[in-house]
Design a protein around this ligand. Structure first.
Ligand code: ATP
Ligand code: MG
Length: 437
């Protein structure tokens, strides 16, 4: 199976031998394959969906492989668009469902060889396309290179993936160090599959980790963001984080995160639990947790010669700016992170004057969850968490009572008379807003 494509007959399993039913396959994906077939092309399901169905999991998405070029796919399906810079693939849309269609292609190395050997130096783009067999060998792991043919209901295996599925083993097609040098991001995919499937990592992959960790520095930060999100949102983030932390990969990706950070571990567990019951999750929350210690350290430094609000904002900018060089965090998430961080202080202090604004903040709920997580990790915040929990459960009148009680509690020195006067001034406005709300 290590030999080049073109030298092997695939193993074929008939329907009765593999237990994958056509009815398990997404109806849109089946329709798409049928359309390809009736236009004279090949079409097979491949990758994670075949792997997951054979293992009895529900696939996250359905990928289709075909000998039609992206342009041909585009022409065939009106609701489709070509995506990807490194690899052009086509997204075909069925309502909210998107099926990813990729054209059979050769391994990068072989395609490059052909380019190098082309006399004119002119590269025909078609050179990268290949046969079904070549397509199997260019894929990353053996368990990801299984094809399901919905017409014959056969599984087609060129690379020994069925054996590896049975033995619960994650192995690269070809040599691990070569495949990781070609694309170091594959190590993050490896961790995702090992964490999610509970498979054993091939020793050759393990041995290549230190060198691969160094090579991650050459990966565009935007791609790393995508891969890291997939890793954290795969439903087994805690296991994945544990793995990262036990290798130089954690340091390569998050140099400022301490190796043992209970808060991170709890957040990963929490995310896994939410995914298990199909509650929404956001990578912003996890990144806020992962970078929290670094933010606090920088905040402490800035506080020496800045006002608190300035120190907070500068610390957030410094932490996010540093991390951005490695993993590009899109603006909507970095803003989320800043908000969650800056709300922590206000949630802790519970100044009656600022509570309505904090409570109405679009990130209140995430910030409250963050506070609760910090309490779970051992910070002395349980009282504040309980207060906010109660506050959310109360009706307006009871909330007002809670605020009044807080006002009574506040030591006179803390706010001073200036604040009290200011509050009286803003009060009519507040009442008006309440009335309209
Ligand atoms: P998931 O369950 O996350 O969708 P997947 O294996 O389907 O897992 P995708 O990112 O959807 O992962 O990729 C589809 C398929 O494309 C993979 O199964 C694999 O065969 C191939 N592939 C993806 N990324 C790479 C890569 N970096 N190198 C080689 N092959 C890859
Ligand atoms: Mg997939």
């Amino acid at each position: 199976m290590n030999g080049p494509a073109g030298a092997h007959e695939p193993r074929r399993l008939a329907a009765a031998e593999h237990g994958l039913c056509r009815s398990d396959v997404d109806a849109d994906a089946l329709h798409l394959v049928e359309q390809l077939r009736s236009a004279g092309y090949q079409g097979l399901l491949v990758g994670g969906c075949v792997r997951d169905l054979l293992l009895g999991f529900t696939p996250k998405d359905f990928d289709v492989a075909t000998d039609a070029t992206p342009e041909e796919v585009k022409r065939l399906f009106r609701r489709s668009r070509m995506v990807g810079r490194r690899f052009r693939i086509t997204h075909v849309r069925y309502g909210r469902n998107i099926i990813e269609v990729s054209t059979f292609r050769k391994a990068e190395a072989e395609a490059q060889d052909e380019r190098r050997h082309a006399d004119s130096g002119l590269i025909l783009r078609d050179n990268v396309w290949g046969t079904l067999e070549e397509d199997a060998f260019r894929r990353d792991f053996t368990i990801n290179a299984l094809y399901y043919d919905p017409e014959t209901e056969e599984i087609v295996d060129y690379v020994g993936g069925l054996d590896d599925l049975e033995n619960r083993r994650l192995r690269f097609i070809g040599h691990a160090d070569v495949r990781l040098r070609e694309d170091p991001v594959r190590i993050l995919r490896a961790i995702r599959f090992v964490a999610k499937l509970g498979f054993a990592l091939d020793a050759a992959i393990e041995a290549a980790i230190p060198e691969t960790a160094e090579h991650l520095a050459a990966i565009p930060p935007a791609r790393l963001f995508d891969e890291v999100c997939k890793l954290f949102l795969c439903g087994s983030a805690e296991a994945a984080w544990e793995f990262l932390s036990a290798t130089p990969l954690r340091r390569a990706l998050f140099p400022c995160t301490p190796p043992e950070d209970l808060l991170v571990r709890l957040a990963m567990r929490n995310t896994d639990n939410r995914i298990a019951v199909e509650k929404p999750v956001t990578p912003g929350f996890l990144l806020a947790v992962i970078l929290w210690q670094d933010y606090l350290a920088r905040y402490a430094d800035f506080q020496a010669d800045h006002k608190p609000a300035e120190a907070r904002s500068s610390a957030a900018a410094a932490t996010l700016g540093f991390q951005h060089e490695i993993i590009a965090i899109p603006r909507r998430f970095s803003q989320f992170i800043r908000d969650v961080w800056s709300l922590q202080d206000r949630l802790e202090r519970r100044q009656p004057r600022s509570i309505p604004r904090v409570y109405e903040h679009v990130r209140f709920r995430a910030a409250y969850d963050f506070l609760a997580l910090r309490a779970d990790a051992g910070e002395a915040l349980q009282e504040a968490v309980d207060w906010w929990t109660r506050f959310q459960e109360c009706d307006r009148g009871e909330q007002e009572d809670m605020l009044e009680a807080l006002r009574g509690q506040k030591p006179a020195g803390e706010g001073g008379t200036r604040r009290r006067r200011r509050r009286r001034r803003t009060r009519p406005k507040q009442d008006q807003a309440d009335g309209n709300g």
